[in-house]
Each structure stands twice: as C-alpha cells, then as structure tokens.
Design a protein around this ligand. Structure first.
Ligand SMILES: NC(=O)C1=CN([C@@H]2O[C@H](COP(=O)(O)OP(=O)(O)OC[C@H]3O[C@@H](n4cnc5c(N)ncnc54)[C@H](O)[C@@H]3O)[C@@H](O)[C@H]2O)C=CC1
Ligand SMILES: O=C(O)C(=O)COP(=O)(O)O
Length: 598
C-alpha cells in the first residue's frame, strides 16, 4: 500500500502491528464477517439508499392504525387496510405488497416472507414488541423491520400503574360485585402500596416510567435488568439488583422485559418458589414471560396473592382459561398501548418510518439493520458508492467469478480508528461482491447473512494513513485471496486480486489494480488493459472505441517504468461491442485486457 500513497506521507511506525508504516487494527469477528462495535443513536434519523421503487408502492395495513398515520401513508402509497386476515389470506395478499404494517395481533411468520416472493421490503410494527415478527426470516429475505418504540411508552407505564393500584384495592372484582347488586365491604379490603417494595423486571423505557410513577406513590423501587445503565437507575432513585434478589425481596413485581428466548417463562415453578409469600404480580410486557400454568399453581398455593395481567401467551386466551377466571386475577385485553394519544403517536411514528424506508431512508427505528446517524452517513456516502464498485470490480476480476471465499478489506484513514463505522461499507462491498455473480438481492439488512450463507469470509482492517482528518477515509482496498484472475495484472505481489480506490471531489476513483497505480473515475464501465508502454497506445484504443461510438470518460496509465509494462484504465459510458473488444485484444502491444461493468 505504501507504494500507492505517492501524494500521502505515512506516519512513523508504531509497535508490533505496523506494516509499511501503517497502524493496523484487526476487528472482532462475528458470522465469519468482521464487525465493528457501533454506537447507536436512536434519536437521529439517517438516510441510506437500500430500497428503490419505481411505481407507487402498496402498503398493507393489517391492524387498526390511527387515522393520522393512515393519512400519511396515503400521501405516498396505495394503502390497503384489511383487518382480521387469516394467515392464508395474509400470505395471499402479501405478494402484492411492498410494505406491511401490523400491531401485536398479526403473526408475521416465515411463510409471509416466503409468500411475498421478494416484493415485501418493509414490515412496520406499530408498537414496541416485535416478538410477533420472524426477524430471522425478515433478515434472510432482505426485508427491513421497523417499529415505533417510543410513542406508547407512557401509555404502557400508565396501564401498569393502573393495574397495580386496581389490583391492590380489588377495583375490578369490587366493581363487578356492586354491579351484581352486592355490597361486600369486608371482602374487598386491599393492601397499601406506600412503603412496599416494587421490583421492576426490565428497566427500559416502560420499566423506568413505571418506576418513576411508583416512587411517586411512596414505594421502594428496585429493578433487575442486565443491560440497564446504572446512572439511569440512580437518577430515578432505583437500585439495580440481581434477578434472585429482586424476586425474593419484592412485595410487588412488575414485568417490562421483551419476550425473547432468554425471557420466555422467567417466572416459573422454580422462580415462584423463591418469592415472598403473598407477592403480587403485574404483567404488561408479554404473556410468554410467565409460565401460566405455574402462575395458576402459585395463585392456588397463595405464593402469589394476586396477579394483574394485560398480556397472555395466547391472545385472546381461552374462554375457560383457569388463569383468567381465577378470582385473584385482574385481566385486561392487551390494552397497554391503547390510549387515544398513544395510538395517534404510534400511527405517525410507524407511518413515517415505513414511508422513509420505502423512499430509501433507513429509519432510526430499524430492528434488523444497523443504524447510522445522519451526519456520519453524509460523510460516508461517497465511500459507500466506492465500496460497492470496488466489490463489483474485484469479483469480476476473478476467473470464473465463483469460488470467492476470503476477502480482506482495508480502510485507511487519517482519523482515530475508533471513529470509523464500517458496517455500511462492508455491506456495500458484500453487495458488490455477490450481486454480479448471483441472483441474490443484497442490502444492508441481509448483507452479513448472505455473506455467511455463501461461506464468504470478509475480514476488515483499519489502518492509519496520514491525510486529511476532514475526510472519514483516505482509501479502501479490497483483496480476494486464493483465486485466479482473468486479468493477471490484478494479482498483487502477495498473490491476491487487489483493487484500491479513493474519493476525489466526491467521486469514487479506482487508484490501484494489482501492483499498478491508475486513476479512473468509477462511473459507467471500465476497460483494463495491460500493454508494453509505448507511444500511440491511448490513440489506438481510443480510436477503436470511437469507431464503435463508445464515449471514453476517463483514461489513465499506470506503469512500472517508462517503456515497461503498463496498465491502462479506460472509463467508458457505453458497453463496447464484442468486435471492438476483440480489436483491442488484437493490438500487438496489448498483453491482456478485461471489460468490467460497474
Ligand atoms: N401491553 C402493551 O400494550 C405493551 C407492551 N409492551 C411490552 O413491553 C416491553 C418493554 O417495552 P419498552 O420498555 O418500550 O422496551 P425497552 O427495550 O425500552 O425495554 C426493555 C428492557 O428489558 C431489558 N431486558 C432484556 N432482557 C432482560 C432480562 N432477561 N431481564 C431483565 N431485563 C431484560 C432490556 O435491557 C431493556 O432495558 C416490550 O418489549 C413489549 O413487549 C410495550 C408497550 C405496550
Ligand atoms: O407496543 C407493544 O409492544 C404492545 O404490546 C402494544 O401492542 P398493540 O400495538 O396494542 O397490539
């Protein structure tokens, strides 16, 4: 790489990991693909072209959505509001839809993605919990999933508090008995909340709002959440404790974690046995976090005095459900998010996210794709284009095109290595590497998955290179190992196919092929031609292309030494005819050439 940096001075070596004066920094690896840790900026939207659409898209709204959201959708798309579809009807309809919006009542299963046959680009979950969407299937199908994570937080927290207080004072049971003509004052003596310990399990958005409100009621609040920042808890006056400590010391437990494989049935026979006798439980999270049979047993045994439940493993629960019918259970039909205000907010939040995604913006609420803050994206945009083009060039240089398994990407930057988020770049290199040799559509959502599935291992390395810290990157290099090239000059001294590019005046340029420096803007397509350096070569190739009515946009010659081997890179606006390419190959001084589509 040092040889190519003619206009750039390299910083002096640093210990152990220095090659050619470049500071190398291998990254951690997941999925056979090297990844960077990333900082998530949820409140900052970002734009990124992942989806494009020519005709007006069609959006299926499969559950009741606030009017304001539907209005926003209609300004941009054909909107089909069809509620209560059977799974079969959903699968039939979905093949005609570009986006689907659901709440918690619709299962967006693998069959839905398969039935969409690639047309479904976005699933919008008008709410928080995405346990009803098969995220793995969405990702495999390159379908973006977005949710509306903030607009119903307060509604869910208020419902949690409503259930807590209603349960403590037997409001629902007492109301039913008064309406039945009874006046049972001694039967419905309740318990006080003040001074009692409330354990909040899941100290996220809803959990912390519940905690804040419970503090206002004079409760002692503790919380368990393995991922919650201690300073957030401290700011609200909540102590973060272990799971066992939380459930053992609580008078009341309120559940606010998502339903995942690790939270499924966290309250079960074993954990109920560790609780204080007479504990009271509120669940506005998901039914599946409680083993419902175990809860019925715990209620019967008096371990759990009361439960107030908004959510159930199966919704709606069976009419004769022992849990719902239990006299110490207060039940609501999944009403946590159901306030006028929350539904209006959720509808707008999800409509904006879905429309944005269909327009090619990556919503800040993407669930299965990386999010990048807007200002980072603006900076990276030309490098995103460069990345895809380098990937496309590199793979087209492989003889046969297939068998690409090991790719190394080097990012050289004058900035501190930690400042560079390479996820977009890696995704676009992956897209460039895979799309020319397959029918797979690769985007930011499915890039890592697709690479892994094809056994493509991409390792990344960031190196420090003196240059302008104004720019996030100086150059990107893509190397493919263990393959033969149809253009032998693309093989570097170390035996890999190597292409390297920079961004100049906002335009991606190819600046190195194998050991040869070139400089050609990556627009249109490209002819690479190795020849013996001699006068008149540019003219000869140029006139063959001119005869073929092919416009040359850029030309550059990189050579080892005057009159020795040289590589000519020619940017062309149109695809040359086979005859023109044959004529170029027949020029006596031309040793080899290749035509590459960008
Ligand atoms: N009943 C309703 O209508 C509503 C229900 N919900 C449910 O509430 C859940 C929480 O919503 P938000 O607070 O907005 O989500 P959030 O993502 O802000 O908070 C979830 C918290 O749970 C924590 N968590 C994850 N695994 C855990 C574990 N094993 N033990 C303890 N904590 C764990 C996470 O670290 C996170 O802090 C949603 O996933 C959804 O299922 C949300 C809104 C309305
Ligand atoms: O946002 C959530 O996670 C909820 O549970 C709300 O569900 P809903 O949109 O009311 O079906």
């Amino acid at each position: 790489m040092a040889a190519s940096a003619s206009s750039t001075s390299l910083k002096p070596s640093t210990p152990s990991t220095t090659i050619s004066g470049l500071r190398r920094r291998p990254l951690s690896t997941t999925f056979g693909v090297t990844t960077l840790s990333f900082r998530r900026h949820r409140d900052q939207p970002c734009r990124f072209i992942v989806l494009s659409m020519d005709a007006k898209p069609t959006i299926l709204v499969a559950e009741k959505l606030g009017e304001a959201g539907v209005k926003l959708l209609k300004e941009f798309a054909n909107v089909d509001c069809s509620y209560n579809l059977s799974p079969e009807e959903l699968c039939t309809k979905i093949s005609l839809c570009d986006a689907l919006i659901v709440r918690s009542g619709t299962k967006v299963s693998r069959e839905v993605f398969e039935s969409s046959a690639g047309r479904l680009k976005v699933v919008g979950r008008a709410g928080v919990g995405i346990d009803n969407v098969d995220l793995a299937a969405a990702t495999e199908h390159g379908c973006l999933v977005v949710n509306a994570p903030t607009a119903n937080t307060v509604a869910a927290a208020e419902h949690g508090i409503a259930l807590l207080t209603a349960m403590a004072r037997n409001i629902a049971q007492a109301d039913a008995s008064v309406k039945a003509g009874k006046w049972l004052r001694s039967k419905y003596v309740g318990v006080s909340l003040v001074g009692k310990t409330l354990a909040v399990l899941g100290f996220g958005k809803v959990g912390s709002e519940v905690a804040r409100r419970a503090k206002g009621l004079g409760m002692h609040v503790i919380a368990h959440d393995p991922y919650a920042p201690a300073d957030r808890a401290r700011a609200i006056g909540v102590e973060l404790v272990s799971f066992d400590e939380a459930i053992a010391s609580a008078d009341f437990i309120s559940l606010h974690m998502p339903l995942t494989a690790s939270t499924s049935k966290v309250l079960n026979d074993e954990t109920f046995a560790k609780m204080k006798k007479g504990v009271r439980i509120v669940n506005v999270a998901r039914g599946g976090v409680i083993d419902e049979e175990a809860l019925v047993k715990a209620l019967d045994a008096g371990i759990v005095a009361q439960a107030a439940l908004d959510v159930f493993t199966v919704e709606p629960p069976a009419k004769d459900s022992k849990l719902v019918q239990h006299e110490n259970v207060t039940a609501t039909p999944h009403l946590g998010a159901s306030t006028m205000e929350a539904q209006e907010g959720v509808a707008i939040e999800i409509a904006e996210a879905v429309v944005g995604a269909l327009k090619g913006e990556l919503a800040a609420t993407a669930v299965n794709a990386p999010m990048v803050p807007a200002q980072v994206l603006t900076e990276l945009k030309p490098f995103v284009a460069l990345s895809e083009k380098l990937g496309r060039l590199a793979v087209q240089l492989v003889a046969g095109g297939t068998g690409v398994k090991t790719v190394k990407v080097t990012y050289a930057s004058a900035r501190a290595p930690d400042d560079l988020d390479t996820r977009l770049l890696r995704a676009m290199i992956t897209k460039g590497l895979i799309e020319p040799i397959s029918s797979v559509f690769v985007n930011l959502v499915n890039a890592d998955f697709t690479a892994k599935q094809r056994g493509l291992r991409i390792t990344e390395e960031r190196v420090f290179l003196d240059g302008s810290p104004e720019s996030p990157l100086e150059l990107i290099q893509v190397q493919i190992a263990n393959v033969e090239s149809k253009f032998a000059s693309a093989i570097s001294d170390s035996g890999e196919i190597k292409v390297e590019g920079r961004v100049k005046d906002g335009i991606p340029h190819l600046t190195r092929v194998g050991s040869f420096e070139v400089d050609v803007s990556l627009e249109g397509s490209l002819i690479l031609c190795r020849q013996v350096d001699q006068p008149g070569m540019i003219g000869k190739v140029g006139s063959i292309l001119a005869e073929d009515n092919v416009n040359v946009s850029f030309m550059s010659v990189g050579r080892i030494a005057p009159r020795k081997q040289a590589v000519m890179a020619i940017g062309v606006d149109e695809e040359p005819s086979k005859q023109a390419l044959k004529k170029i190959g027949e020029i006596p001084a031309v040793d080899e050439f290749v035509y590459l589509k960008l």
